[in-house]
Write a protein that binds this ligand. Structure first.
Ligand SMILES: [Zn+2]
Length: 450
């Protein structure tokens, strides 16, 4: 069994305090964390002076959008939906494009220290599901593949009667997700009560339960968020449980945050895109106040950066600004800040892992856990000197280029600041896939105009 010894790193514990220690990895598992460990024949990674932290966990991303990067940096939410959904760009990928897109998006995440990724997919055919899964698998990332529906309008109408394609979801479960002992697990990316009819949403959530999969849905945001009362409805129907992952939830009734917290359902905050596109103000503090399960996601790289450092910083400062404003409105000054960098690190690591049903495998550095590890080199201008504030440095200033080494389940995927996988040919394939999608969309528009 392969052994790796990470020497003399500043190792982050559950509380995100650091102490100089060694980590011994055997196979995919962390065996020991202590000072002065020795292991004959182990591959040694010298981490002296570097921050050794749990790999980051992104709980909400549409990974395939990597090939459409930055086309929507000035889009509102209605513009985003119109361009990507309703049979437009999201429905123009060939299966090969889907494979390339997911591979590239997952590698981007790994390069930025994200070792676990929740992929809310958009699937035109069963073969697209196969391609999306293969892309994640070939990247070597830990991922939750959320089987999703087609991007066509008949699925995304608020009154859609079209049920989630159950037959294909069952096939995918059977073909790819029979073992617990693998990097990939399965969820269901359902539309929920705000992007389909109520009865459809109920049936889709029941399908997720049948598959023993978490049901993830975009919910409780935009102009309809305050009126739909979806959280209350789900609760009254007995469907609001810890098997739901709720995305955004910016604009619900205040008492509904308490319902979410009590149910154990998780919240994926994607703060940058929420503030930008018009989802509403990030709900980080509203759920955290009730001790609910807050996690973070990038969501859409068509509009924002693809690293979780950016999202941690956005989440933190947006919530601080909200709380400070309330205090200022009372004519007072904030004597201390309500949310800390360590709170946000918890959202981006162990709480994210818990939300995805992976808390027993990843999210913390402890003996018995699988070795999902991100090592940050703090010698660059933006991080040096550390001044005993590694947690603060990671949240406030770290960037993907500071990520020196990444391991997923004990396998080194990035070392000395470079991905182990050679991506030179892939880079060309990504450009080609992107071009293919725009060409098909162009033809699609012409056909529709005729
Ligand atoms: Zn999303």
């Amino acid at each position: 069994m392969k052994r790796i010894l990470i020497k003399n790193g500043l190792v982050m514990n559950r509380q995100f305090d650091t102490e100089q220690k060694d980590i011994l990895i055997e196979g995919k598992t962390i065996r020991d964390i202590r000072a002065d460990l020795h292991a004959d024949g182990a591959e040694v990674i010298d981490a002296a002076g570097k921050i050794v932290m749990p790999g980051l966990v992104d709980t909400h991303r549409h990974v395939w959008e990597s090939i459409l990067r930055h086309i929507g940096t000035d889009w509102s939410l209605p513009q985003y939906l119109e361009n990507i959904y309703y049979g437009n760009l999201g429905s123009q990928l060939s299966t090969e494009d889907m494979y390339i897109a997911n591979l590239w998006g997952a590698l981007e995440a790994l390069d930025a220290g994200v070792t676990t990724l929740f992929d809310y997919s958009m699937l035109e055919t069963p073969e697209h599901a196969d391609a999306a899964i293969k892309g994640l698998e070939d990247a070597g990332i830990r991922a939750v593949f959320a089987h999703g529906v087609s991007g066509r309008g008949e699925y995304w109408d608020r009154e859609s009667e079209k049920r989630h394609p159950a037959e294909d979801a069952r096939r995918v479960k059977k073909e790819y997700f029979q073992s617990e002992d693998q990097l990939l697990t399965m969820a269901l990316g359902v539309r929920g009560p705000e992007f389909s009819a109520w009865e459809t949403a109920v049936d889709d959530i029941k399908l997720a339960a049948e598959l023993d999969a978490i049901a993830s849905m975009h919910i409780g945001f935009g102009a309809w968020g305050p009126h739909d009362r979806s959280i209350t409805r789900l609760n009254e129907a007995g469907l609001l449980t810890d098997r739901l992952n709720l995305v955004h939830v910016n604009r619900i009734q205040l008492e509904e945050y308490r319902l979410i917290a009590e149910s154990g359902a998780s919240l994926s905050v994607t703060p940058e895109v929420e503030m930008m596109m018009g989802h509403g103000y990030p709900a980080t503090g509203q759920l955290h106040r009730h001790k609910g399960l807050v996690t973070l996601g990038v969501d859409v790289v068509v509009s924002t950066a693809g690293d979780l450092f950016t999202q941690m910083k956005f989440a933190l400062q947006a919530e601080r600004a909200r709380q400070n404003e309330q205090i200022l409105d009372r004519g007072e000054m904030p004597e201390q800040l309500g949310l800390t960098v360590k709170d946000v690190l918890a959202f981006a690591t162990r709480d994210g892992a818990k939300a995805l049903g992976l808390g027993h495998k990843t999210g913390t550095l402890e003996p018995g856990m699988e070795a999902d590890i991100t090592i940050i080199d703090p010698s660059s201008f933006n991080l040096h000197p550390l001044n005993q504030s590694p947690a603060g440095a990671v949240v406030q200033s770290a960037r993907p280029e500071n990520v020196d080494t990444v391991l997923t389940a004990g396998r080194i995927v990035k070392q000395n600041g470079r991905l182990v996988k050679d991506v030179s040919r892939l880079r060309e394939q990504v450009a080609q896939a992107s071009e293919n999608v725009f060409l098909r969309q162009h033809k699609n528009r012409e056909v529709n105009a005729d």
